[in-house]
Design a binder for this molecule. Structure first.
Ligand code: ZN
Length: 317
């Protein structure tokens, strides 16, 4: 009953927030008149981070993803309803200000103790890869690639960070946490070994990715892409770089170019199509994978199957 009332209050609350979109004074007012509303949950910025959190928090607390399907963390604008979710969350997990600038201000509404800012942990920093492979470079961009969620190494480290955070906030969840993390680590090891074996036949294929979201996966599994076009799929690409891309895909013998489900850049699609190279889709955010304790394992499998299917002989024309 208490839970139902809480959900009703939350829905009512969110309805008001949506009606009064983008008015910060009203947000402050609502926090003031409903100070006792509490939601026990984990809020994560993007879906793949939610996959890892859902495995560790299974049976302990629900996980909710801030960005809707198809939304890009590179260009997202935070909504009042997102701010409310962050404010009322027990734990906020996000990659960091380099990728998710839209969270920076809202994250100041909750204590650092309740947050996991992935890019700021030393255990994660030791696995970071530099940004230096894309044709479309922007000097203002961060120096490290922040698409960290496709790294099995970082997923392992992050699962331990989430474990510690939940244990600290809910000490009596230890038994369930121990079961969850053990299962996650076992499954992660199994799927990584299987993927490594399955990718063997395509390790010499030549391909470009439009968006550099896969470096961690490629490094871990020894794939060797010919390159990537851009680190930020929402940034514009100048005429000079477009020319370089055009020349490269015409002169190099490329097996495939990978784009993404929500890709915006029509000009790139036109250039690729004119070059008559197979264009296939990789999904770095796992948009069609539902959130549960097995999601992250499914996510890695799905990505590896997409690589294998599209790069295997006979499937890329
Ligand atoms: Zn990206």
């Amino acid at each position: 009953m208490k839970v139902m009332n809480c959900i009703k209050e939350k829905l009512f609350f969110l309805k008001i927030m949506n009606m009064l979109n983008k008015n910060k004074y009203i947000i402050i007012f609502i926090f003031f008149i409903f100070p006792k509303i509490t939601f026990s949950n984990i809020i994560v910025s993007i879906r793949p981070i939610g996959f890892i959190a859902a495995a560790i928090a299974d049976g302990i607390m629900p996980v909710e993803v801030l960005l809707s399907k198809n939304a890009s963390p590179h260009s997202y604008h935070i909504k009042p309803s997102d701010i409310l979710k962050i404010k009322k969350s027990n734990i906020l997990i996000w990659v960091g200000p380099e990728l998710e600038h839209f969270i920076v201000q809202a994250s100041s509404l909750i204590s650092k103790e309740k947050q996991i800012i992935i890019s700021q942990y030393n255990e994660v920093i030791s696995f970071l890869i530099k940004n230096n492979t894309c044709l479309n470079t922007n000097k203002k961009l961060e120096s490290y690639n922040m698409h960290v969620w496709l790294s099995p190494d970082i997923a392992y480290v992050l699962s331990k960070i989430i474990y510690e955070k939940i244990l600290y906030l809910i000490p009596n969840s230890k038994n369930q946490l121990d079961i969850n993390i053990k299962n996650f680590h076992n499954n992660l090891l199994k799927v990584s070994n299987l993927i490594d074996k399955n990718l063997d036949n395509i390790k010499n294929k030549k391909y470009y990715v439009f968006h550099d979201a896969y470096s961690y996966f490629e490094k871990y599994f020894n794939l060797t892409p010919s390159g990537c076009f851009t680190i930020n799929p929402d940034a514009s690409i100048g005429a000079y770089t477009l020319n370089i891309i055009k020349k490269k895909i015409i002169t190099e013998k490329i097996d495939c170019i990978f784009i993404e489900p929500s890709m915006q850049s029509k000009i790139i699609i036109r250039i690729i199509k004119n070059a008559n190279i197979p264009v296939k889709i990789l999904d770095p955010l796992g948009q069609n994978i539902s959130l549960d304790k097995n999601s992250y394992i499914k996510f890695l499998s799905t990505i590896s199957n997409q690589y294998i299917y599209h790069l295997s002989q006979g499937n890329n024309k």
